[in-house]
Design a protein around this ligand. Structure first.
Ligand SMILES: NC(=O)c1ccc[n+]([C@@H]2O[C@H](COP(=O)([O-])OP(=O)(O)OC[C@H]3O[C@@H](n4cnc5c(N)ncnc54)[C@H](O)[C@@H]3O)[C@@H](O)[C@H]2O)c1
Length: 337
């Protein structure tokens, strides 16, 4: 089978992470790289033996054949720049894997998802935390009934991030990931109630952004959940931990891919997996997520069947906005879908 011809838009830090995944994947060939900053586009073109472009429009007008694209711009709250280039790619009918957050503005996210639907184009987001062998097995346990009737989900995700550019940078930029994992196991949240605070830096300065968050959630299936999030943690704290309990058992998933344990409620038996599928750390989740995206494009799966879709990312962003609205209004908020 001929390799998929890939374009990468935005070749900063994460665009180059995507590029190295495609470069290592024998099913793909990078044909175009695009960045508004000429030096970055030129450097990436040289590194990946691709053509350099300095705008999406120029790339689309060049006639270069593109089977699918990674869209890795950033901007305000790490999502402010995604809208225009994504709309250009989707308008041209190019299947697009965007970076998270789908957008920092829900209205723009809705427009991107709607355009992909209208054009019948695959549109997915790099919700890489769930694309691990451990998360896949945990999901299988849920579906097979190993946990019984689901009761509770507890999710913690935290990193060290001193960025102070927007008051809700932490919620909008980090928690698309944690909420996507919660949705993966438990479906949509319908009500949320959240508290935020301003943390302190290591040298004792109070932060400007709402850098810590605790949110309670009620899911459509009746599960009650909790999210702990922070930009004042990470390092020795680790990155994430997800625990789901049910009438028959519970699982704990550590660091997205590192340790997965199923505990039975009826006996002391447990099933433990360490580095399932040979995946040892979070960095490897990009290749596995991109691998699924590549395979789904090669198989030409229907846009509505794409894993980690734009629609999934939009729903996660709506839950984040409901958390912010809850804090601002000091009340429980019903998520608007
Ligand atoms: N999935 C993950 O685990 C993960 C981890 C970290 C960051 N991210 C996400 O990756 C994205 C990129 O982050 P980054 O750290 O690489 O940012 P970055 O600033 O290093 O790179 C973004 C690049 O996009 C370019 N750009 C902006 N607008 C453009 C346009 N219209 N056309 C072409 N190029 C354009 C910029 O010049 C820049 O080079 C963010 O959305 C971030 O949230 C995801």
């Amino acid at each position: 089978m001929a390799p998929l011809k890939v374009a990468i838009v935005g070749v900063g830090n994460i665009g180059n992470v995507h590029a190295r995944c495609y470069q290592a994947n024998p099913k793909t060939k990078i044909v175009a790289v695009c960045d508004l900053v000429k030096e970055k586009a030129d450097a990436a073109a040289a590194a990946y033996a691709a053509r350099a472009f300095y705008s999406v429009r120029e790339m689309l007008q060049s006639g270069v054949k593109i089977d699918c694209a990674s869209m890795c711009t950033a901007g305000k709250e790490n999502g402010g720049d995604h809208y225009t280039p994504t709309m250009e790619l989707l308008s041209a009918g190019i299947p697009t894997l965007g970076e998270k957050p789908i957008s920092n503005e829900v209205d723009k996210a809705k427009k991107m998802v709607a355009l992909a639907k209208k054009k019948n184009v695959r549109y997915a987001i790099d919700l890489n935390h769930r694309f691990t062998p451990a998360a896949k097995l945990a999901k299988q346990w849920v579906e097979e009934g190993r946990l019984g009737h689901l009761h509770i989900i507890n999710m913690t995700m935290w990193i060290d991030n001193p960025n102070e550019t927007a008051e809700h940078f932490h919620a909008r930029a980090l928690h698309p990931h944690s909420i996507d994992v919660m949705r993966y196991f438990c479906g949509d949240a319908v009500k949320v109630q959240a508290f935020f605070n301003h943390g302190q830096t290591r040298d004792g300065k109070t932060r400007k952004c709402w850098s810590n968050l605790q949110a309670n959630m009620l899911f459509e299936n009746g599960v009650v959940g909790h999210l702990t999030g922070s930009y004042d943690a990470g390092g020795g704290f680790g990155l994430e931990r997800c625990e789901v309990t049910g009438s028959l058992g519970r699982f704990v998933l550590e660091e997205a891919c590192e340790d997965l344990t199923l505990y039975s409620r009826n006996n002391s038996g447990r099933e433990a997996h360490h580095h399932l599928g040979g995946m040892t750390n979070f960095g490897e989740t990009f290749a596995s997520r991109i691998g699924v995206w590549v395979d789904q494009n090669l198989k030409k799966v229907k846009p509505e069947r794409v894993d980690g879709s734009g629609e999934d990312a939009l729903r996660a962003q709506k839950i984040i906005e409901a958390c912010i609205a809850s804090w601002n209004a000091n009340r429980i908020v019903t998520v608007k879908y």
